[in-house]
Every structure is written in C-alpha cells, then in structure tokens.
Design a protein around this ligand. Structure first.
Ligand SMILES: [Zn+2]
Length: 193
C-alpha cells in the first residue's frame, strides 16, 4: 500500500464533502478535496484519502476501489494471514465461490495450527474446532450450514451467492477474532501492566 501525503497532490479543488471507507488503507474517512469531472457535476469526482493519500474515484454512489469486506487483522499465523486478506478481497470483487473455498482453507489451516492432523476431510477440521473449544458451542447451527455450503461450492457447478459467502466470511472473522486478535490484545495489555 502506498503512503502518500494528501496535500502533495497538485491543484486540488474543493468538492462537496463526503464520507467513505478507503479501498486502499481501509480508513473510515471523508474529504472535500480532490478533482472535478467537468463543471457542476457531482456524479463523478476523484477524492484523495486524507489517511493514505491515495485517490478514490466517485462513480455515482460508489467509491472505487471499494473497500474490502470484514475487519482487517494483523498478527495471524502465516498460513492464515495472506489467505484471509485474499478472502476479503475476493468478496470485494464479487468472487463469492472463491470466498467460500478460501474460507474453507482458512478453517482447515486454523485447525492444523491448533494441532489437527493435516490432510483430513473438511468436516473433520470443523469437528476438531468445535470439540476443542475454538468455536462457541452455540454457533453449531451456523457451522452445519457452513459444512453443507462448503460442500456444494466444491462439488456443484452453480456459482455461490453473496449471502452464502458473507455467512462463512463472517464466521471465519469471528473465529480469528476470538482466537487470535482478542488473545494477543489481551496478552499485550497484560504485558504492559
Ligand atoms: Zn486511504
């Protein structure tokens, strides 16, 4: 990701102020500076992100690039970090079957990270996460959906839809938050005391 200074862009003009989530750095931000398209046209413009200085294109009600879905997380295990970002980016571009397949791989990698045997069937990894307390017991209904959806994404010809992809990505995000982010934040705050 580039880190530019928003003020260094030349000949910036005043634009109608808007709020947006930057597709580059993920900042929830807003600005009123950038570039017009023609005169008195609020449909198209270029806004500069005050946080990272990168330009976003306002196309009607959309800002492009769109922001990734889900919460950015750092400090994940190597086998999880890059594919988690890949899942969020796939969601952003509407590659929903891809989201589901990547999320299955994340779930398998997390199970292996916590000691499950490598090279098993997907359902075995899910069972491992549930049986060893890495997934809240009460999310069992979700888990059953993810089991069956994952199978149809792998074996059926039909493309998966947004809702299915969102469900499994939300679930993966929750799993990573409680097992990695929360734990490491907790440890860090303990160390600081
Ligand atoms: Zn930015």
């Amino acid at each position: 990701m580039s880190n530019l200074e928003a003020d260094v862009w030349r000949d910036l003009v005043k634009l109608p102020p808007i709020n947006f989530t930057c597709g580059y750095c993920g900042a929830k931000t807003g600005n009123n500076r950038g570039y017009h398209y023609g005169y008195s046209n609020n449909e198209y413009a270029i806004y500069i992100c005050p946080s990272c200085g990168c330009p976003s294109f306002k196309d009607g009600d959309l800002m492009k690039p769109e922001s990734s879905y889900g919460e950015p997380m750092n400090g994940l295990p190597d086998t999880v970090q890059s594919i988690y970002d890949e899942a969020r980016n796939s969601f952003k571009v509407g590659a929903y079957t891809g989201v589901i397949l990547i999320c299955r791989k994340i779930l398998a990698n997390v199970a292996v990270y916590y000691g499950a045997k490598d090279g098993q069937q997907f359902v075995k990894y899910i069972d491992y996460l549930v049986e060893n307390g890495y997934v809240p017991e009460k999310s069992r209904e979700w888990i059953d959906k993810i089991r069956t959806e994952g199978n149809s994404a792998t074996h059926n010809q039909t493309a998966k839809n947004k809702d299915d992809a969102q469900r499994i990505l939300d679930f993966v995000q929750m799993l990573l938050l409680i097992n990695f982010k929360f734990n490491s934040d907790y440890n860090n705050s303990e160390n600081n005391n």
